[in-house]
Design a protein around this ligand. Structure first.
Ligand code: PMP
Length: 340
């Protein structure tokens, strides 16, 4: 395809990149799906498009309508660009703790940004609940419709990965794939890819890579939703079984400390020339642990979710890293220092 009919046709069909250093170190093929190459620069463009198309198909949303969502950023960026391309407005409710870069991207796309304090899900002022209430109000006075995208419990999210990401991975590996692993925000990516891949290869190993402070590592290893600590990672870390996660069974679960995930991010810069966000660090670190658990000779796929530039002020800021007690890569340590 040399001319696409709109930006929407550029969502998905991302390359699968061999991560050379970790593949050579483990004796496995560790492959990363380059989701940072989507037009909104993240894996969430797929879910955004699927959610909007699903709402349109049900007659809940038409051009001129409004999309409302509570999001840590990437889903909002995806919804805003999909909305713009389809003539819809977007209202994004975001916890004020998210990076400036993500908020700036949302403003640049013309989304209406509603910043709210970061309070737990059980609090009625939680960003997800605020978004739900706003959509209800907008629905009443917009004849073209308004929706709450509800990415956590709207299975149109998971459906995007069942229909696109999973089958793409299967085609790209020619079916030579033994494992798939990634972190969970809503669970759409993990559960959707797992479903698509298990249909094609029932014995495939599915893994969860969880950051500290999330409850799923505990859930999939002990059956109890429990969490401890916190993490500098963004966009991932779930405390409950969302509708998108329902029915998911995992074969491997790993909890990846921040020191390990940020070191992985910096290794990917140095070894592969890939500058990625924190969740990609969790994912690749998880893929390495899964490779070690499965032994050499296996092909394991994970997701490279979004670019490092989205986290410049934190992940690539020596002061922030030092404050959190995290390793600082030597090329950031001294001003003007370069990679050897
Ligand atoms: N990585 C990043 C950077 C994200 O923004 C998200 C989504 N919030 C995820 C990973 C997790 O994807 P999912 O919602 O499909 O679990």
């Amino acid at each position: 395809m040399t001319i696409t009919s709109s930006v929407l046709d550029t969502i998905g069909n991302t390359p699968l990149i061999r991560l050379n250093r970790v593949s050579d170190d483990t004796g496995c093929e560790i492959l990363g799906k380059a989701e940072f190459l989507n037009p909104g620069q993240s894996v969430k463009d797929r879910a955004a498009l699927s959610i909007v198309r699903d709402a349109m198909a049900r007659g809940d949303l038409r051009p001129g309508g409004t999309i409302v969502e509570g999001t840590a950023g990437n889903t909002g960026i995806g919804l805003a660009l999909v909305g713009n391309a389809l003539g819809m407005k977007s209202v994004i409710v975001i916890p004020e703790t998210q990076t400036r870069e993500k908020k700036d991207a949302l403003r640049a796309l013309g989304a209406q940004l509603v910043e709210v304090p970061a309070v737990p899900y059980r609090d009625p002022n939680n960003y997800i609940k605020v978004a739900g209430r706003m959509a209800e109000r907008l629905k009443r006075d917009n004849p073209a419709g308004a929706i709450w995208a509800n990415q956590f419990d709207n299975v149109a999210n998971r459906a995007a990965h069942i229909a696109t990401t999973g089958p793409e991975i299967w085609e790209q590996t020619g079916g030579k794939i033994d494992g798939f692993i990634c972190a969970v925000g809503t669970g759409g990516t993990l559960a959707g890819c797992a479903m698509a891949l298990r249909t094609r290869k029932p014995g495939i190993a599915i893994g969860l890579a969880d950051p500290p402070g999330a409850a799923l590592f505990s859930y999939y290893t002990t059956g109890e939703l429990a969490s401890e600590g916190g993490s500098v990672t963004e966009g991932i870390g779930q405390g409950r079984i969302t509708a998108n996660l329902e029915g998911l069974v995992v074969d491997h679960a790993f909890q990846i400390p921040d020191a390990e995930s940020v070191t992985t991010v910096f290794d990917l810069v140095r070894d592969e020339g890939l500058c990625l966000g924190t969740s990609s660090g969790v994912n690749v670190a998880g893929a390495v642990r899964m490779a070690r658990a499965m032994g050499p000779g296996h092909t394991i796929v994970t997701i490279l979710c979004d670019p490092g530039t989205r986290y410049q002020s934190r992940l690539f800021n020596p002061e922030f890293l030092r404050e959190k007690g995290l390793p600082v890569p030597d090329w950031l340590e001294a001003d003007g220092a370069m990679l050897p």
